[in-house]
Design a protein around this ligand. Structure first.
Ligand SMILES: Cc1cc2nc3c(=O)[nH]c(=O)nc-3n(C[C@H](O)[C@H](O)[C@H](O)COP(=O)(O)O)c2cc1C
Length: 291
């Protein structure tokens, strides 16, 4: 999984602080002899290493930093700053969020637009690290079972013949990464699913929403931006959503009734690191239809 690595480090600027190493989701960097070095061969090109480096010593060559070109009211600049500097947080301090902070995050979420103004969202708060660990344990049970199935060549063959090779594709793309994560969880309680987040908000939709998926993701983005503005780190966890879709028992474990569908899981907590720079994005060129 991942793209070829395109990270470079200006060693004369690097102080060897190790922040880039800590934030890299692909473990592609290490500090060797007091300098950060690129030692991995895969990357997500997320630019976390670029964003976190206090010395501005890291580049990911595919990334550019798009900015606004027009002149607008100050609100646009402030909002754009927030949008550009929000990062998916994967390193959290141990202190937990308060009940008020969770309530305020939900208030951000409920201001999202929704198809036909249905507002059928339900927010489930996981307020503590202890509760997060129980939730992670329920999800890890699902991935253990899936990995056992994917290991079995006979089941992979059956999946190829009758299930569009779902299991084979999973085996090729995710099996190794998931196996490694499960081992690290079992042996060292290293949390590669929620990255040690001290809390989460799970967004499910009650029956009756026309555009349930879209509504949930609009609310999720509001929460992530709201969190950033409140100094709180957030990260969408697609792996958790996938597990909950496939195994309804996980939702029951955290009190979500069977008639609701989970569309977003947002890990939350106090970020360990500041990100002084924007990370960057792949270049985009819009297509115009002029009638
Ligand atoms: C739908 C969705 C699912 C995601 N799932 C995960 C996940 O399971 N684990 C994770 O660490 N990051 C996850 N992310 C975060 C992305 O990796 C991240 O948004 C991307 O690398 C860009 O980085 P940025 O959010 O810091 O700009 C997810 C993001 C989205 C939008």
């Amino acid at each position: 999984m991942g793209y070829d690595i395109k990270t470079t480090i200006e060693t004369d600027k690097c102080t060897g602080c190790g922040k880039c190493v800590a934030v890299c989701p692909y473990d592609a960097l290490q500090v060797i002899d007091g300098k950060a070095r690129v030692t991995g061969d895969k990357s997500m090109h997320c630019g976390q290493c670029v964003a976190v480096c206090p010395e501005n010593a890291v580049r990911v060559t595919d990334l550019v930093v798009p900015t606004l070109k027009g002149t607008y009211p100050n609100e646009a600049a402030a909002l754009f700053e927030s949008v550009m500097h929000r990062r998916s947080c994967r390193d959290y301090r141990r202190d937990e969020l308060s009940a008020t902070e969770f309530e305020d995050l939900i208030t951000f979420g409920q201001w999202a637009p929704s198809g036909t103004n249905a507002q059928k969202w339900q927010f489930t708060v996981i307020p503590s690290r202890a509760a997060m660990e129980r939730y992670a344990e329920a999800i890890s049970g699902f991935f253990r079972k899936l990995n056992r199935q994917a290991e079995n060549p006979m089941l992979r063959l059956l999946s190829k013949l009758f299930m569009k090779d779902v299991l084979g594709n999973y085996y090729a793309r995710y099996y190794g990464q998931v196996a490694d994560s499960l081992n690290r969880w079992d042996e060292k309680r290293e949390d590669l699913l929620f990255h040690g987040a001290t809390g989460a908000i799970v967004i499910s939709m009650k029956p009756g929403a026309f555009c349930a998926h879209d509504d949930a993701l609009m609310a999720a983005q509001n929460i992530c931006l709201g969190a950033h503005s409140m100094g709180i780190g957030s990260c969408l966890i697609g792996f958790a959503v996938e597990a909950m879709k496939r195994d309804p028992k996980i939702a029951q474990t955290i009190g979500i009734p069977g008639d609701e569908t989970v569309f977003a899981v947002i890990a939350l907590g106090r970020p360990k690191f500041e990100y002084p720079h924007p990370s960057g994005r792949f270049p985009v060129s819009a297509r115009y239809f002029n009638g």
